[in-house]
Write a protein that binds this ligand. Structure first.
Ligand SMILES: Cc1ncc(COP(=O)(O)O)c(C=O)c1O
Length: 476
């Protein structure tokens, strides 16, 4: 906007530069003003400075501004009002704004949060209060270690607590020096790919499997080979038949994502033996073992003697909330230095204050209590979904009630048209994943992956009824 003052005449106070290489002065002034008007930087109705003031501002001859204003008028971009001055036309040509991106890449779209969306957790007020109090105290008293540069592996207290937790809950003894605090499992996978693998290396990936990890490994330059999962877990024989030489395998042995299958001990041992014999890495994603509803806790792959070949991933995303971006990985001692170097080459080290607060919650036993409370909550949610689906689907869906985790599978009968599941999901208005969305190829059976944590039970109940009814009416 031009500034007004009694002593000085109005000038344009937006940055306008003349392109001195462009013709004469009149052309230069015209081009600068024209661009500013078309881009909306000089708004419709704005009074332009007098020709004298603008000539002084641009250090050009006054006549050049007079000619430029006349050009703008004949362009229809400015109008002269007798006795008042020259104004930016009220109906200028539409402002040229940067074109909006035609499509937002999938990775930056907000994740769905509606009924059955995966990855949600309950924002437990008790937890939030405690986390806030501990974090505040730590910030107020932060010492040089927490407030300064740190270890690329992350907060030491958290690494010690994680090592203690893994020994008592996952049957896996490790040195805190081998634990890395990471901001999510994907970051850990990326670090491992960088430190321990080479672009083009073959990685076996469960099929169906977690698409987010598949994408991360593919983006890191790995050649992904889908290996089928059967009722015993990853089918190693099929893996060997497709790609006998693989440098790594990504597995979710305790609770396969999304099928929920637990890898049998025979398969686990065989996988560890294969990794040892071939020098491959096993990327064990143990993402939801805290939520086990029946039976004893299962020993991690890393705990059954595979410690030298297994890189173990755990996350706080499901225990606390994905927004904290807090997870951890345990790497074999021989790989620690390479991973430290990779970690330090990114942003030196992870932030420590929240990590320190979470370590405190673990040490005081608060976190274990929180997990117990959430387990009860999520089990109740699971039961509501299973009953509502079974009652409403009338056999159209076969529901797999999981003994662990925060999602369940509802399968459709075989032989339906390829878009059946998408149509049913659309009609039900739910935000479940389709089983086919977790596959590279076509799944044997199509169905829905239903997240049940972090949603209100009444909403889940209603959504399950809608999905069941949509399935039943589709099948007629
Ligand atoms: C199979 C699987 N792995 C890992 C994670 C956790 O990922 P992150 O630690 O990046 O939040 C999830 C979360 O939904 C998951 O489903």
């Amino acid at each position: 906007m031009p500034t007004t003052s009694k002593r000085r005449e109005a000038v344009l106070d937006i940055p306008l530069e003349l392109d001195r290489s462009r013709g004469n002065q009149a052309l230069q002034v015209h081009a600068a003003l024209r661009a500013a008007i078309l881009e909306g930087r000089l708004a419709a109705g704005l009074r332009l400075p007098s020709t004298r003031a603008l000539a002084r501002q641009f250090r050009v001859k006054r006549n050049a501004v007079v000619i430029a204003y006349e050009h703008l008028q004949s362009d229809g971009l400015a109008e002269a009002r007798i006795g008042s001055g020259t104004f930016v036309a009220l109906l200028p040509a539409p402002a040229r704004r940067p074109e909006p991106a035609k499509s937002v890449p999938e990775t930056v779209r907000p994740l769905p949060a509606g009924p059955f969306a995966l990855g949600k957790t309950y924002a437990d007020p008790q937890l939030l209060r405690r986390l806030a109090a501990v974090t505040r105290r730590r910030i107020m008293r932060a010492d040089d270690i927490e407030f300064g540069y740190g270890d690329p592996r992350g907060n030491k207290a958290l690494r010690e607590q994680v090592a203690r937790y893994l020994a008592t809950s996952r049957g896996f003894v490790c040195d805190p020096d081998c634990v890395f605090v990471i901001s999510g499992t994907q970051q850990g996978l990326r670090l491992c790919a960088e430190a321990l693998l080479s672009p083009g290396d073959t990685v076996w990936m469960e099929e169906p499997g977690y698409p987010v990890s598949r994408r991360t490994l593919a983006l890191a330059g790995m050649t992904i080979v889908p290996v089928p999962v059967d009722s015993e877990g990853l089918d190693m024989g099929a893996g060997l038949a497709t790609a006998a030489v693989a440098r790594a395998a990504y597995v979710t042995p305790s609770h396969q994502f999304p099928t929920g299958v637990t890898m049998t001990m025979a398969r686990r041992t065989a996988l560890v033996e294969w990794a040892r014999a071939s020098g491959a890495w096993l990327l064990e994603d143990d993402y939801d073992s805290e939520f086990r509803y029946a039976g004893p806790p299962l020993t991690a792959l890393a705990g059954i003697g595979g410690g030298d070949r297994v890189i173990y991933f755990g996350t706080f995303s499901k225990i606390l909330g994905a927004g904290l971006r807090l997870a951890y990985m345990v790497v074999p001692p021989a790989a620690v230095d390479a991973v430290i170097a990779a970690r330090a080459g990114h942003d030196r080290f992870p932030p420590g204050i929240i990590a320190g607060a979470v370590a405190e919650l673990m040490a005081s036993g608060f976190l274990a209590d929180h997990i117990r409370r959430m387990r009860r909550r999520y089990r109740a949610a699971r039961d509501v979904v299973v009953s509502a689906l079974e009652a409403s689907a009338g056999g159209a869906l076969s529901v797999v009630k999981p003994e662990q985790g925060l999602h369940l599978l509802a399968l459709l009968p075989a032989g339906l048209p390829p878009d059946a599941a998408a149509v049913i999901r659309e009609r039900a208005g739910v935000q479940a994943w389709l089983l086919s969305e977790t596959c590279v190829g076509k799944p044997e059976a199509e169905g829905f992956v239903l997240g049940f944590s972090g949603h209100e039970v009444a909403e889940l109940d209603a959504a399950a009824v809608k999905l069941g009814e949509a399935g039943r009416s589709y099948l007629g």
